[in-house]
Design a protein around this ligand. Structure first.
Ligand code: ATP
Ligand code: MG
Length: 418
């Protein structure tokens, strides 16, 4: 879920657009626009009212006392993580009645408690209730209910025992083993299916905040998208895009969206390409601990991925020989296609799903095929240039999932300046 703190933006901005800072139009002015040549007609979308959203038959309205009791008064040692809007706590409820149960009994839940009650916080909270209250899909996290009482705004989710993809890719420690190639393909495919579902919904939805911390993992490593605070209904009729205030997380937002504020499903496809690259490389989209030429993952990796002999320099060396040359090339090509600046050349998410299914089949049928000698030599050379990730003084976070404290730089969703 996003945050609206300009101090944080300035502190974390990698300024990778090269353009001068500029603040874009207000969210309240979101419109849909005609064709690629401009916005000759602007039509305000017609969203459900707050009352209608809160009446979703799929969601329970919790009292604050109930949530407090389920989380044992928001005990600090049950914090699962912290995002821009507040902490996420572990709790327990009875599976049938959905009332608070004794810790360790019934169903485990994750409770997100917003620590801000400003207009923006409420809008994002409501967007989450709206979208997750009406959608159900194996690759979207399940929202069980919400609490709206006085200034309190909370969200009650199913608990995702393996935390976020971000933890699995970037945290070092005994709890988080490096994800295998097989699991990386599984997570990449499931997350792609989640986005494809949103893009193909009757009223198309643009997710707008696709990143590793918003992909949660269940006990079987099924990925589920969470955080619909920035999601938007897509354009309808013959409109090509919706115009929005530029919101998102640095490094993940598509270049054309940063420049124009025009949002399309292809903006999500670009963000998907960034995440696919992070999955492939085990590197963060922006990492100030790397040598200067390697700090911006996309800029560094794109030319290497375009050269078959250099692909191994990008691939996470912890994967060793779990994949074949063919699979690696196909994933690299797919990532490059998603990241192209030419919007029309980006695949849609249905195509991405089809490609990944093909790669997964290739992997399963080729099953651990040994890589040839040339590949081994190329890879050994590439291993020597991979710089290990060092923690730095960034955002310190404590996870109750692994009980490990980790410090690392970590951008959060915010209004973006271009
Ligand atoms: N349903 C859940 N089950 C288990 N852990 C969760 C769940 N929801 C969130 N978390 C944990 O809490 C952390 C914080 O989540 P949150 O969505 O608030 O912030 P974020 O995604 O990390 O950052 P941002 O504010 O940019 O969205 C997640 O990274 C994850 O580790
Ligand atoms: Mg999140």
């Amino acid at each position: 879920m996003g945050i609206c703190l300009s101090a944080q933006i300035k502190a974390e901005s990698p300024s990778n657009t090269g353009a001068s800072p500029k603040y874009m139009s207000s969210e309240a002015n979101d419109t849909q626009s005609m064709g690629s040549k401009g916005s000759s007609v602007s039509i305000r979308t017609n969203p459900r009212t707050e009352g209608e959203i809160l009446q979703s038959p799929n969601l329970k309205s919790f009292s604050f006392a109930e949530v407090k009791s389920a989380t044992r008064n928001f005990r600090p040692d049950s914090v699962l993580g912290e995002g821009g809007f507040g902490c996420v706590f572990k709790g327990w409820i009875d599976e049938q009645s959905l009332t608070a149960s004794k810790p360790g009994t019934g169903m485990v839940i994750a409770v997100k408690r917003l620590n801000q009650d400003g207009w923006q916080g409420h809008q994002e909270w409501l967007a989450e209730v709206d979208y997750l209250g009406k959608f159900s899909h194996p690759n979207l996290v399940k929202l069980i209910g919400y609490c709206l009482e006085d200034e309190q705004r909370l969200l009650v989710y199913e608990f995702m025992p393996r935390g976020s993809l971000e933890n699995h890719l970037f945290r070092r420690g005994s709890y988080f083993e490096p994800l295998s190639w097989t699991l990386r393909l599984k997570v990449a495919l499931g997350a792609a299916k989640g986005l494809a579902f949103l893009h193909n919904a009757e009223t198309q939805v643009i997710y707008r905040d696709f990143k590793t911390s918003n992909i949660l993992i269940d006990s079987d490593y099924n990925p589920k998208l969470s955080d619909f605070g920035l999601a938007k209904d897509g354009p309808t009729g013959d409109k090509s895009h919706v115009s929005t205030r530029i919101m998102g997380t640095y490094g993940y937002a598509a270049p054309e969206y940063l420049m124009t504020g025009h949002l399309t499903t292809k903006s999500d496809v670009y963000s998907y390409g960034v995440v696919l690259l992070e999955i492939l490389s085990g590197r963060r989209v922006v990492d100030k601990n790397r040598p200067p030429g390697e700090q911006k993952l996309v800029d560094w990796a794109k030319p290497l991925l375009a050269n078959k002999r250099k692909i191994f320099r990008v691939i996470d060396n912890r994967l060793q020989d779990q994949y074949s040359m063919e699979e690696a090339c196909k994933v690299a090509t797919l990532a490059l296609r998603c990241l192209t600046t030419e919007i029309k050349l980006r695949p849609n998410m249905t195509e991405v799903v089809a490609h990944l299914e093909h790669i997964q089949t290739l992997h399963e049928t080729g099953g651990g095929r040994n890589i040839d000698k040339l590949e081994r030599r190329t890879r050994r050379r590439s291993d020597s240039v991979v710089v290990s990730q060092k923690p730095n003084a960034g955002f310190a976070r404590q996870s109750a999932v692994g009980g490990i404290a980790a410090a690392y730089p970590r951008p959060s969703a915010s209004p973006l300046f271009v």
